[in-house]
Ligand binder design. Structure first.
Ligand SMILES: O=C(CO)COP(=O)(O)O
Length: 247
């Protein structure tokens, strides 16, 4: 039985003035101990968020694939763990679009993070054009195709985030979400074997909010959510955590 996992992605939002939200969210996380909750904040907030979050894991939103070296402005996995991060998002569609990251880049980052003991959330998801062309499952399969045979839910989580649903208020239908999550689970089975695939949580991301969370979290093969806008305040994020606790 996979525990539900609700992760927030603050993207390029959050200054120290918002640490009170981290504290309130962490309080809700400990009140809902049947759900795993984490917050991925900007690099600059990791250390203070770790101090504010108690036992709730704090994560980063990117990591460099190399251990160290001449990579101006980049952050290594060891730097993240030293700062107190416990997890990292890789392959987010905003990085694929803004920084031209490929699926291979995302996977190299995932391996570096795993090597440093970080839990990895690997993102995948199609564009609106790909969806309209009926390519969703093929696109997502390519984006996770580098997952190795020893993949396991102990260190890996997948986030399915349709690009056109991110920050738009639009979501796929419940049937579409369930079908794509099922296809991801089947692909994980091909790559790592069915037993291991059953340990890997698949989160839905893209305009998840307090109003739609319960219905999405009830779908088969949806093991939680990766939430952007609605994770920025406890007011919006805590009801999603509570919905996961009831799912
Ligand atoms: O990209 C996302 C999380 O990584 C989803 O963002 P929104 O919840 O703001 O749509």
């Amino acid at each position: 039985m996979r525990r539900k996992f609700i992760a927030g992605n603050w993207k390029m939002n959050g200054l120290k003035a918002q640490l009170g939200e981290v504290e309130s969210i962490a309080g809700a996380a400990s009140d809902n101990s049947g759900v795993d909750v984490a917050l991925c904040v900007p690099f600059t907030l990791i250390a203070p968020a770790v101090a504010a979050a108690g036992s709730m894991p704090v994560g980063a939103q990117d990591v460099h694939a190399a251990q160290s070296g001449a990579h101006t402005g980049c952050i290594s996995a060891a730097m993240l763990t030293e700062t107190g991060a416990g997890l990292v998002i890789v392959g987010h569609s905003e990085r694929r679009a803004d920084q031209c990251e490929s699926s291979g880049d995302a996977w190299a980052k995932a391996l570096a993070a795993r090597g440093a003991g970080l839990h990895v959330i690997l993102c995948c998801g199609e564009t609106e054009e790909e969806r309209d062309a009926g390519q969703t499952e093929a696109v997502v399969a390519e984006q996770i195709a580098a997952i190795p045979g020893d993949a396991h839910g102990d260190w890996l989580t997948i986030a399915y985030e349709p690009r056109w649903a991110i920050g738009t208020g639009k979501t796929p239908t419940e049937d579409e979400i369930a079908a794509t999550h099922g296809a991801i689970r089947a692909k994980l089975g091909e790559l790592a074997g069915k037993e291991a695939a059953d340990t890997i949580r698949i989160l839905y991301g893209g305009s998840m909010n307090p109003a739609n969370a319960a219905a999405i979290l009830a779908l088969s093969d949806v093991d939680g959510g990766l939430i952007g806008g609605a994770s920025l305040t406890a007011e919006k994020f805590v009801p999603i955590i509570e919905a996961a606790a009831k799912a």
